[in-house]
Design a binder for this molecule. Structure first.
Ligand code: DTR
Ligand code: CA
Ligand code: ZN
Ligand code: ZN
Length: 446
């Protein structure tokens, strides 16, 4: 069938949107035993997140390890090691100028404790909360699960105090009890938070297992702005991330998500096995669990990946400083080609529209976005593929849609095994005679 297809002047444009600039992480300062931090003087909010000294985070882990050793080998709900952990964290926060509250609850015949810490100031009607469960299992000291999240969060809170941060939003921190029994502490907190108070929570950030020895770098794919914030941090340090696909319901963010509060968080993996592709991009050992000591006696200081702990601690600071300031989250980096490319009628070879990607560190994300705009009078004729720089083909559209006009569609592609920089192509083939069209434009976003 002949068709006069409207044509536009071919304009080739590659639009690269800047991603938020990143802060060079300074080397961690020398170990300062976690001593009481003097009350902050009122200073302007620090627009730039600080480097969180991983040595300080490890000093908190050492404290948790000692507490477990002195209390029957664990820090589990209902055991003395848990309350001792709460007392340690609370003392640090009280000395740093936080307003702390101990919330008690009862489960499994024992008293549980949530430690809530409010940083004075900020908009009381817009609260950014960050949390980590402080309890471990009975089988061991729970240093990665979840001393790592608890210690990183504590050091970030102390960094807020040291900086005398005055964020736009009100900052609140939570250390949860009895997560291992079923998110009991965080559920109790949310269920007992009046609706008017819940509505003030602009977001909840969760940190549960962020230093797994065979670490992966997973970002929760819940609230898009929170997810993008963490992804921007990691792309700025050249570390690829993947979406946490098993996170739903698996930690305390679920308590907040279940009542409609935007959530996000970080995770380095538990008993799932690291793939060869993941070992290629992150290092570590393929075929082994991310944390082979998950819920085991060997979840000790020896089971901590310092690099992962450092990176995630700094990512927490990046999120607190940026989301707390209410700064708009820069979108991912996008590249576009708007040149019209004619699609010859079948039988004919495929045609393609290239985009040269540069300046994107590491691999493409698991949520690489492809926006396609093809003008055609019979979309069922078309096979449309994304071709990665190394030639890997990802099929986007395979002749569906029948006689409908045009193909204007967004796709999410797990391109996490592909290096982002290079020439990507949108490849289109008309596989049935009659009807013709052209590639109008397409865009790829990392
Ligand atoms: N349930 C958590 C560990 C865990 C397993 N999968 C995820 C995903 C996201 C966060 C945490 C987890 C625990 O044992 O504490
Ligand atoms: Ca650091
Ligand atoms: Zn656990
Ligand atoms: Zn945990």
């Amino acid at each position: 069938m002949s068709l006069s297809v409207p044509r536009r002047p071919a304009v080739l444009a590659a639009a690269a949107l800047a991603v938020g600039s990143l802060v060079a992480a300074a080397a961690p300062t020398a170990l300062a035993a976690p001593s009481a931090v003097t009350a902050p003087s009122a200073v302007a909010a620090a627009p730039t997140p600080p480097d969180i000294p991983v040595a300080n985070v490890k000093a908190h882990l050492q404290q948790f390890s000692t507490i477990a050793a002195n209390n029957g080998g664990n820090r589990a709900h209902g055991r003395p090691g848990y309350k001792a952990s709460v007392d340690y964290v609370k003392a640090q926060l009280d000395a740093a100028g936080f307003t702390t509250t101990l919330q008690t609850f009862t489960t499994s015949g024992a008293t549980g404790y949530n430690l809530i810490a409010d940083w004075p100031g900020g908009d009381p009607n817009s609260v950014l909360m960050a949390g980590a469960h402080l309890d471990g299992v009975t089988s061991g000291p729970g240093i990665n699960d979840n001393g790592s999240g608890s210690a990183a969060l504590l050091e970030n809170a102390l960094a807020v105090s040291r900086a005398g941060l005055q964020p736009t939003k009100h900052l609140r921190f939570g250390w949860w009890g009895a997560e291992e029994l079923g998110l009991i502490g965080s559920k109790y907190y949310v269920n007992n938070l009046p609706a008017a108070e819940r509505s003030k929570l602009s977001g909840y950030l969760n940190f549960d297992m962020i230093a797994s020895l065979n670490a992966g770098y997973f970002v929760y794919d819940d609230d898009p702005a929170i997810e993008q914030t963490f992804k921007n941090y990691f792309s700025g340090i050249g570390v690829p991330t993947e979406i946490e696909t098993e996170g739903d319901g698996r930690s305390d963010h679920a308590s907040f998500k279940n009542v409609g509060i935007p959530v996000g968080g970080l995770f380095t993996g538990a008993s799932r096995t690291k793939s060869a592709a993941q070992a290629q991009k992150w290092g570590g050992t393929a075929g082994q669990a991310f944390d082979r000591c998950y819920h085991s006696a060997c979840d000790t200081l020896a089971s901590v990946n310092d690099t992962a702990l450092d990176r995630n601690s700094d990512a927490i600071a990046y999120a607190l400083w940026n989301l707390g300031a209410g700064t708009p989250v820069p979108p991912g980096k996008s590249f576009e080609n708007t040149a019209d490319v004619n699609i010859p009628d079948s039988p004919a070879a495929a045609v393609n529209s290239p985009i040269t990607v540069s300046g994107v560190a590491g691999n493409a994300p698991a949520t690489t976005k492809v926006d396609v705009n093809i003008v055609h009078t019979y979309r069922g004729d078309l096979v449309v593929d994304l071709v990665a720089p190394d030639g890997t083909v990802y099929n986007l559209h395979n002749r569906s849609g029948g006689s409908a006009d045009n193909l204007v569609q967004s796709y999410t592609v797990n391109a996490s095994s592909e290096v982002a920089d290079g020439i990507w192509k949108l490849q289109v083939k008309d596989t049935a005679a009659q009807d013709i069209g052209y590639i109008n434009s397409w865009k790829i976003t990392f």
